[in-house]
Each structure stands twice: as C-alpha cells, then as structure tokens.
Design a protein around this ligand. Sequence first.
Ligand SMILES: Cc1ncc(COP(=O)(O)O)c(C=O)c1O
Length: 377
Amino acid sequence: MIKCQKELFDIPQDITYLNAAYMGPLMKTAADIGAEAVRKKLKPWGIPISDFFGPPNRYYELAAEMIGSNASDIAIVPSVSYGTAIAAKNIKVSAGQNFVIMADQFPSNVYPWIELAEENGAEIITVDWPDDGDWTAAIIAAIDENTAIVASANAHWTNGTLIDLVAVGRSAREVGAALVLDLTQTLGVTPFSVKDVDPDYMIVGSYKWLLGPYSLGFMYVAPRNQGGKPIEESWITRKGAEDFARLVDYKEEYEAGARRFDMGEKSNFINIPIAIAAMEKLNELGVENIAEYIKSLTDYIAERACAIGLNVADENMRVPNLIGINFKDGVPSHIAGKLAENKIFVSIRGDSIRVAPHIYNEKADVDRLFDVLESEL
Ligand SMILES: Cc1ncc(COP(=O)(O)O)c(C=O)c1O
C-alpha cells in the first residue's frame, strides 16, 4: 500500500482536514508552479504562443490516462454545470420521455434536466433514497423504455453511498438512454474507466479530489457524440487556431474529437499548470493505489463509528473515499462547534457527518475525530 503523502502538502500538525469533498488542498509543488505562472504574467512577452496549446494538450493526456480514454475525447470545462449544459444541448428528447436522477443529487446535475424536461414535455423521475442503501438497484428499477437520460454519479455526494456505474450504464444502453455522469466526488480516488462504463458524457471538477484549482475541470465526450454542438464558439476550437496570423480566415471546421466543446480561454496559464502538477502526481501514485489507501481510512472510520453505535453504509455499498456517519435523529447541534473548536474539518450533510479523507490523512486524523465524537455523545 502507498504511504501517507502528507509531506507533499502544507497542512499544520494541529489541523485535521477530512474534507476533500468540500475542497482539496493544492500540493506545495503545484502551488509553487501556480505562483510562478502568476509571475509570468508580469512579463507577457515571455508567454509564447505554444503556451496556448502545449499545456492543455498535456492536461488532456493526463485526464485520458486517468479514465482510460483517448486524449482527443477530453474537453476542458470550467465547471460541472458547463459540462451538463453541453450534454443537455446535445441529447435529443421527445415529449413523454423521462430522465432518471437520484434524490438530493448535486444541483449542477439536476437543474439542466429540469429545464430540458420543461422545454420538451419530458418528466423527471427522482429515485428516492433506498431503504437498503442500494442505489444501483433503485436507479435500474426506475429506468424504462421511455428513459432518455440517466444523470448520475459514482457516489451520492452527501454520504458516499455507491452507485455501480457498470450496471447502470448497461441498463441505460439497453433502452437507448444517454448516461451523463458527474464524477466530481470520486474521480482520481475511486477507480473509473470509460471502457467499462461507456458514458455519453462524464464531467469532473478539479478543485476537490483532483487537488486542482477552482474554475477548471474536464469532460469526456464519447466518440459517438463528438459531432454535437458546443455552447460557445471559440476561435481556439476551430481548425488552424495555432496560426495566429490567420485567425480571421474563419473556418467552418472544428478541431477533431471533443475539442469543439472546450471552453473559451481553455489555456488558462495559471490554472492549467497547477492542474497538470496535481494530475501527474495522482496518476503516478495510481488511482487504484490511492483508493486502497483511502479505503483503509474510511474502513477505520466505519469501525470506530459502529463501535459507538453510529451507522455507516455497508462496506460494499460505499465508495472508498467518502463516508457518511449517520445519526438517526440528526447530527446533534453542538457537534459542529466542538469539531471546529478542535480544528477538525468535516461537513454536515443532512443527518450525516460526511468524512472525506485523502492521501494526506492518516489514522491519527480519524482518532482525533473520534476523540471528540466519543467525548461529546
Ligand atoms: C457532486 C458535485 N458536483 C459538482 C460540484 C460543483 O459543481 P460546479 O462545478 O457546477 O460548481 C460539487 C460541489 O460541491 C459537487 O459536490
């Protein structure tokens, strides 16, 4: 198993940061690269045209390596909502069809579907929280021959309960429904391959588990959807964009693959180098290895929670990186304050304390969390 990577981060000894699901920290090297990138802008004559293309190309490669796709299947997006807007613009829907989503799904993967349903006379089917914790079976049961879109994730963002995307993908394909995934809460720390799942669109923000900057993420667009319409028409997505002298020789043709879906100013000279540094490290460690390491912590959290009579999802019903400690009657109101007083950072979502460890955490962090919980309950 890989070891704890805390030395790569700037997390003081008295801070217990268990909240990557809220925001991931940058690695020190990534922050230095970002600071250097900011300084470069003091002297723009030192920023070559190749910086518009080379770093984004590297970012596509790293994203593709992480999800088992081709680099040409990746587009650079600023947010999940941008990616879901692209998907919503391109999926053909007719009256009477339905879209399947989970109860309390993250809004960036809900609002576009509400709009699209209203525009087309389609219906949203919201799958209720399953009593037995089995989202996969519940989602599959909701899919029928009228389903046009299944908009999902690898885990419920509030408590890490698992959705088996291979099984959901298979069911969606059987009825010809498009599968749109927001993997912001799992990618990079829970194994995922487009070869196994075959989504139509997969979107991820980089500022949480991917340890990247805000306002940057990426999107996988299945080759079968790469002839679609982007939501903006940027010069940089068109053929021949490298030739700055000829940009007004307007071109009808886009660059090949998913390039047409890239956001305007995709080359962000500060964010992209930071994201590259982070993705290089995650790929070097390996997603499987990272997942194994983080799972050892969430398993330990489960063990400690059960020992004091609190509930968590069963081991086979949760992702490795995210765990909700459930309180039957809601999280007691004084707990949040006590945790903050002790510099323990987690989130409270619904009736659960959501704990989100990453490669910089170790068992001692979990012990500190439970020292407080045990003394306060
Ligand atoms: C599951 C999930 N998706 C997406 C986001 C962020 O969405 P956006 O990039 O549209 O701001 C979050 C942020 O908490 C999230 O938890």
